[in-house]
Write a protein that binds this ligand. Structure first.
Ligand code: SF4
Length: 72
């Protein structure tokens, strides 16, 4: 009975670690802080107290890709 509980505990911990890694890899932002690649990361555009070290922000928007192609 005790061994089964230990195995179950280990499986639960491993599952939690795996889910955490999946979340980290698929969470928004590619840097440690969302602000680092947020298009609003200037004092003029963002007045939030979390800036520049927000790790969760509903206003986060990634920096837009620069379109370097010339249409003609
Ligand atoms: S909107 Fe949020 S993520 Fe973007 S700069 Fe402001 S605090 Fe940071």
């Amino acid at each position: 009975m005790g061994v089964e509980l230990i195995i179950l505990d280990v499986l639960i911990v491993l599952s939690a670690v795996a889910l955490s890694l999946v979340y980290i890899n698929h969470s928004r932002g590619s840097k440690a802080f969302l602000c680092e690649d947020c298009r609003f990361n200037t004092a003029e555009l963002c007045l939030k107290s979390e800036r520049p070290r927000a790790i969760d922000c509903t206003s986060y928007r990634p920096v837009l890709e620069q379109n370097t192609s010339v249409e003609g």
